[in-house]
Design a protein around this ligand. Structure first.
Ligand SMILES: Cc1cc2nc3c(=O)[nH]c(=O)nc-3n(C[C@H](O)[C@H](O)[C@H](O)COP(=O)(O)OP(=O)(O)OC[C@H]3O[C@@H](n4cnc5c(N)ncnc54)[C@H](O)[C@@H]3O)c2cc1C
Length: 344
């Protein structure tokens, strides 16, 4: 009997920067997909909104191809420690993330992509050789989990939740910035086992604080908020800080936070997720040319590992090392000075 389900080749669960970047690339090649985003508008989560301009030879503007939502490009990163400051020549692209996500969605939709908001997926199952998505009643050949930290697709694939994660909150502080540096505070007195950030945008700052020790986080956040009483728009979220997981199965893949594709040391996940989304798009576009016959999704994992594998590994080990140094401000300072030599 014919199924009454709506049929598509690919279902993307999650419309953050990762899912929307994938949607953009798939729409350029007319791949048949439906993207389902739970929230009714984009970027309901919190984020520092600072994007590393380039990782592993891949530039943000090669993937984004627009100036919409670009607030400012800073030219250095000042690390504040109790023993003094260490300045790195690292720039950051500061964005209005909601505007960036809306623009990605606009680009995908303008090329015929099917992007739907207010659509929370509650169940992913396999029925015969099809993926079934409920309550939307959609049948697909492949499901992509771009649904972040609590990914339902990750659960469907039998991958356990991230064991190592950070809890963080961001808000907006309406002050003009005198300089053009992003500031990160690694101070025990501010954030134990984490850090605080002050990232300047056009007319305000994105400020926030995070920690890998959830029980300490609440107190630290309250103290930080007292320092900036006029700051508004506080939102809290969780970011995975593990090494990435195996990201493919028979007919499912994971991308972005759902796959823990985050450079842990700075919880840097926007550009890494977008890079991995482009690798996913390459594989899905190739499969669509063969009508998804015998899909081998392992090529996706090979693709992102060759671009990002070393960066994820190094970021993870530096992050763990730094967490181990938190008992001593002096050691943390020495470590940053050493990093400065490496980065020179
Ligand atoms: C406070 C904080 C600050 C950060 N700062 C930075 C920073 O400055 N720079 C940086 O590079 N990274 C930063 N990160 C990390 C970065 O935000 C993430 O790595 C990145 O946004 C991941 O994007 P994503 O699209 O993979 O996941 P997400 O942004 O989490 O998007 C997942 C989407 O899936 C949707 N979804 C979830 N479940 C379902 C479902 N069942 N059905 C339908 N939709 C669903 C969600 O609503 C969400 O829109 C920060 C993280 C936090 C928490």
């Amino acid at each position: 009997m014919e199924s009454s389900h709506l049929k598509t080749d690919v279902v993307i669960v999650g419309g953050g920067t990762t899912g929307l970047t994938l949607a953009k690339f798939l729409s350029e090649e007319q791949v048949d997909f439906i993207l389902l985003e739970a929230d009714t508008s984009f970027f309901e989560k919190s984020c520092g909104e600072g994007i590393t301009p380039e990782i592993g030879g891949c530039k943000f503007f090669d993937l984004y191809e627009s100036q919409v939502g670009i607030e400012r490009i800073t030219d250095s990163m000042r690390i504040r420690l109790d023993y003094g400051d260490v300045e790195f020549d690292l720039s950051n692209i500061m964005v209005d993330k909601r505007a960036v996500e809306q623009e990605l969605a606009r680009q995908a939709i303008s090329r015929g992509g099917d992007v739907r908001t207010g659509e929370r997926v509650r169940q992913v199952t396999r029925v015969r050789d099809q993926i079934r998505i409920e309550p939307q009643g959609i049948e697909a050949k492949v499901v992509v989990g771009a649904d972040g930290y609590g990914s339902i697709v990750r659960r469907f694939m039998g991958v356990e939740k991230p064991r190592h994660f950070g809890v963080a909150a961001a808000g907006y502080w309406a002050e003009e910035s005198p300089g053009n540096a992003c500031i990160v505070e690694f101070k025990k007195s501010v954030a134990q086992y984490g850090y605080a950030w002050l990232f300047p945008r056009k007319n305000d700052w994105n400020i926030g604080i995070g920690s890998v020790r959830a029980p300490l986080f609440r107190q630290q956040l309250a103290r930080f908020q007292q320092r900036y009483p006029g700051a508004t728009g506080w939102r809290t979220a969780v970011v995975p800080l593990d090494l990435p997981v195996q990201s493919y199965g028979k007919d499912a893949i994971l991308v972005g936070d759902a796959a823990s594709q985050v450079v842990s040391v700075f919880a840097d996940g926007i550009l890494p997720g977008m890079i991995c989304a482009r690798e996913a798009a390459k594989v899905l576009i190739g499969l669509s040319h063969r009508n998804f016959a015998n899909p081998d999704l392992s090529a996706y994992e090979k693709g992102w590992k060759s671009m990002m594998g070393d960066t994820f590994r190094n970021g993870y080990f530096v992050h763990r090392l730094m967490m181990g140094l938190y008992f001593s401000d002096h050691l943390l300072y020495g470590f940053m000075k050493l990093m400065k030599r490496v980065y020179r």
